[in-house]
Design a protein around this ligand. Structure first.
Ligand code: SAH
Length: 241
């Protein structure tokens, strides 16, 4: 079972989203374990201060190293072998391959920075740094939630239908084919006839073609990495699915 700990100064920011929908049900069933750890609990002194002004001057506050390291060490002691990642715009860009890697390790801790970031020395007490994209947020909580969500849904029993993980975007180096549900017609727009035929083989070929076309159009970088089969080539050159 996958176990994820989110180390944060704002546990309430991560608790509520985890309780909703698919993850909420999986947590309630015990299919996954995700919890928030309050870094402030590891701060010492009467005021349990967790941030301070930067040495050398400059704007904003920096998260202090001691509470972070104390929280990380507590986490490592409780969950031996845990993979501890710091969220940071400087980290390696998160993707589906990393999600699978984190999932396969079984235990994951995500440390959330705030303010101007964390004291650089804290980075020496984690196993790596992870970014969710080239933009800057006010804190690591949303990044941690994105990562936790992507990792948790790989766990067996989290999604109702175990097949859904397989067909999806990125899982086979392809974007997903377009999906439709009822009604059959909406404001004059129908759904592709082939999906209504009940011919599973043709539906499968149609979806494969749509996935290939969508990937070629939207993500030429992913498309370039594919090894196309003869059937793929035929579908792309206009053969009927
Ligand atoms: N001064 C830092 C930004 C700090 S943002 C810099 O210029 O790099 C505050 C915190 O938000 C970071 O410590 C990190 O935990 C989180 N954060 C912000 N953007 C992020 C991103 N794209 N990916 C992951 N974490 C991010």
């Amino acid at each position: 079972m996958v176990e994820i700990e989110i180390l944060t100064l704002f546990p309430e920011m991560v608790d509520a989203p985890l309780r909703a929908s698919v993850l909420g049900k999986a947590l309630a069933r015990g299919a996954i374990r995700i919890r928030a750890v309050d870094i402030r609990d590891f701060a010492t002194g009467k005021h349990q201060v967790t941030d301070d002004v930067p040495f050398g001057g400059g704007a904003g506050m920096v998260m202090k190293v001691e509470p972070i390291v104390a929280a990380v060490e507590d986490c490592r002691a409780r969950l031996p072998g845990i993979n501890v990642m710091l969220t940071s715009p400087r980290g390696r860009r998160f993707d589906q391959e990393m999600a699978r890697d984190f999932h396969s390790r079984g235990r994951l801790a995500l440390v959330c920075g705030r303010y101007e970031g964390v004291d650089e020395r804290a980075t020496q007490f984690v196993d790596g740094e992870v970014s969710i994209g080239d933009f800057v947020m006010t804190g690591g909580e949303f990044a941690a939630l994105c990562i936790a969500d992507a990792v948790a849904r790989l766990e067996r029993g989290v999604l109702g239908n175990e097949d859904s993980c397989q067909a999806e975007s990125f899982e086979r180096g392809l974007l997903e084919y377009p999906q439709y549900t009822r009604p059959r017609e909406f404001r004059g727009r129908g759904v592709p006839e082939i999906l209504l035929t009940g011919n599973h083989d043709r539906v499968k070929r149609f979806r494969r073609r749509e996935a290939l076309v969508a990937t070629r159009l939207r993500r030429p970088d992913l498309f370039a990495k594919l090894t196309l089969t003869e059937e793929d080539e035929a579908l792309l050159s206009g053969e009927e699915p």
